[in-house]
Design a protein around this ligand. Structure first.
Ligand code: ATP
Length: 199
């Protein structure tokens, strides 16, 4: 699996459609302070499902939409697409290329797409979970993250190891199954109460 390309428009400082291709090997993004290097990594994080505006250095989510500059007016939509080479089938879909897209407008309406088909955020997080490119994975190390990992509580550090070991997906499914079981038990209790009242 390899991130081949990212396309952004209206995302933070990237007002116009901007396409960045990543060749095989190491790619370094260099530029003066404030030129948008961190915005690029945040665009990746955003498509992968980041829901915290704070993690994207904003106060509210629509702070990620291009806010205008001295020469240009603001925009109303931000859209980012990640083009992922999946020839090695790391991601559990039959496509050789997976395109993940997220779009947000100023009304707060957010849309997600996998290969241009509308989907839920959950579909993207499920697909990427344990691939090594989840939004909280080690693949994205933002400023201050190393220090945070050192200072984290042991249980928080464990979740990083679980993600790396590939057990996070199963843990998540187990939690969902337990929630369903508990809801079903509540319904059964309610049925028993009703039966008790009738007989
Ligand atoms: P440094 O080297 O200092 O870390 P950088 O290259 O990582 O800088 P970023 O932090 O990615 O730069 O970009 C900051 C720039 O993005 C600032 O000029 C800021 O005004 C601009 N910016 C952030 N959000 C928006 C937005 N919603 N609309 C327009 N510009 C924005």
């Amino acid at each position: 699996m390899q991130l081949d390309k990212i396309e952004m428009s209206g995302f933070k400082s990237f007002a116009d459609k901007t396409v960045i291709e990543f060749d095989k090997g190491v790619t370094a993004v260099v530029g003066p302070n404030g030129s948008g290097k961190s915005n690029l990594s945040e665009a990746i994080k955003w498509v992968l499902g980041e829901q915290s505006a704070k993690s994207l250095r904003g106060k509210k989510m629509d702070d990620i939409i291009f806010a205008g500059s001295q020469t240009r007016k603001s925009q109303n939509i931000a859209e980012v697409s990640l083009y992922i080479n999946n020839e090695d089938k790391t991601l559990a879909v039959p496509h050789a290329e997976v395109v993940l897209t997220r779009r947000l407008n100023r009304k707060g309406e957010s849309n997600f797409y996998i290969n241009r088909e509308a989907c839920r955020l959950k579909d993207i997080t499920n697909l990427m979970m344990d691939s090594g490119l989840g939004k909280d994975s080690f693949a994205l190390i933002s400023q201050g993250k190393v220090e945070k990992i050192f200072n984290d509580k042991p249980e928080d550090r464990r979740s990083i190891i679980e993600e790396a070991a590939g057990v996070l997906k199963y843990k998540d499914r187990k939690q969902q199954a337990q929630k369903k079981l508990s809801q079903t038990q509540d319904h059964l209790n309610r049925v028993e109460d009703i039966l008790h009242e009738i007989y």
